[in-house]
Design a protein around this ligand. Structure first.
Ligand code: ZN
Length: 285
C-alpha cells in the first residue's frame, strides 16, 4: 500500500516534537568554535557532523532564566552520599575549550537525589565557562562551574549521553569579589595554574564544598552545551554563587582555546537557547 508522502512527513514531525534529540558521542574528534558567524560557530554546530544534529533540537542549553517566570515546586536538597569522605582525586587536562577535571573511577561521588529523575547520578567530571553560560534575567555571571554526572545504571558517561535522563549537570555560578573563600574551588584553580601544556595534572578536592546552599536552585530539562548537544541533561543551577577574586578567575581565563587565544579573549560560552515552552522550576520551601 502506498502511503501519501505528506502523511509520512506529518507523522515524522509529530514524532520529533514529542521526543528529545539524543545524539551519541561522536567516535572521532569534532572541532567546534564559539565565534558567532564563523564556519564552526554555535549557529552551525548542528551541521558539523552527522552526530551533532541534536544542536538544532528544541530542548537546548544554556537558557536565560527569567526569575519572574519560574515555577515553585517542593523539591529535595541537592546532596552527595557521604562516602568517600574528604577530597577525591582526578586528572585535570586542557581540552581545547577550557580545562576538564575527570575524577578517578574508584573515587567518584554519588548524588542522593536529583529532581524529577529517579536513580542515582555519579559525578564524572567538572569544568568551567567564562563568563557564565546560563543567564539570569538576561545577564551573565562572571563564570559557571559544571559538575557533570551520569545515571549510575548506565555505567559511564559515554553510554548515558544518548539516554533520556542519562545525565545531570549541576551548575555553580562564580562571582568576582575582593576575597576568595572556597577551599575546593581554589584547589581547582591551583590545578589550572600548574598545568603545563597537554600534560594532565592530578588534583584533589571535595566537590561537596562547591555547593554552598543545598536547598535553593533552579532546574529544567536541557542539553549538553557543546556538541553533540544531546538533550539528556537534567540541569540543576545552584542559587548561591562561589565568591572568588579577579586574579583567581584570571587563572582560569588564561587557559588556551583550541586554535585560538586564551579564554580571556575567546569565551567558551554558547549563546542562550530558546525555552520553547519548557518550564524552569525553583526549589521552594
Ligand atoms: Zn559546561
Amino acid at each position: 500500500m502506498l502511503i501519501p508522502v505528506a502523511v509520512l512527513i506529518v507523522a515524522a514531525a509529530i514524532g520529533v516534537a514529542a521526543e528529545s534529540a539524543l545524539c551519541p558521542l561522536p567516535s572521532h574528534h569534532v572541532h567546534f568554535g564559539y565565534h558567532l558567524g564563523s564556519e564552526d560557530g554555535p549557529s552551525d554546530w548542528s551541521h558539523l557532523d552527522q552526530d551533532t544534529h541534536c544542536c538544532g533540537g528544541s530542548n537546548q542549553s544554556p537558557i536565560d532564566i527569567e526569575t519572574e517566570d519560574i515555577h515553585c515546586a517542593h523539591l529535595g536538597d541537592i546532596e552527595y552520599e557521604r562516602k568517600p569522605r574528604g577530597p577525591i582525586s582526578g586528572n585535570l587536562k586542557i581540552n581545547g575549550h577550557g580545562a576538564n577535571l575527570a575524577f578517578f573511577e574508584n573515587e567518584r561521588l554519588v548524588t542522593k537525589d536529583i529532581p524529577f529523575s529517579d536513580g542515582e547520578y555519579v559525578l564524572a567530571s567538572m569544568h568551567f565557562h567564562s563568563p557564565s553560560e546560563h543567564l539570569v534575567n538576561g545577564k551573565h555571571m562572571d563564570g559557571e562551574l559544571h559538575l557533570v554526572h551520569f545515571k549510575k545504571e548506565y555505567g559511564n558517561f559515554h553510554d548515558a549521553v544518548d539516554e533520556e535522563n542519562g545525565l545531570a549537570v549541576i551548575g555553580v555560578f562564580l562571582k568576582v569579589t575582593d576575597e576568595s573563600h572556597d577551599h575546593a574551588f581554589n584547589r581547582f584553580v591551583d590545578g589550572v595554574a600548574h598545568l603545563d601544556g597537554d600534560k594532565p595534572e592530578e588534583v584533589s578536592l571535595d566537590p561537596r564544598q562547591l555547593l554552598l546552599d543545598h536547598k535553593h536552585y533552579a532546574t529544567y530539562k536541557g542539553s549538553l552545551t557543546t556538541p553533540p548537544c544531546s538533550e539528556s541533561v537534567r540541569w540543576v543551577l545552584m542559587t548561591k554563587p562561589i565568591f572568588t577574586t579577579a586574579d583567581r578567575l584570571g587563572v582560569l581565563k588564561s587557559v588556551p582555546v583550541e586554535g585560538g587565544e586564551a579564554l580571556s579573549v575567546d569565551r567558551n560560552v554558547r549563546p542562550a537557547q530558546p525555552l520553547n515552552g519548557r518550564i524552569v522550576y525553583y526549589a521552594c520551601r
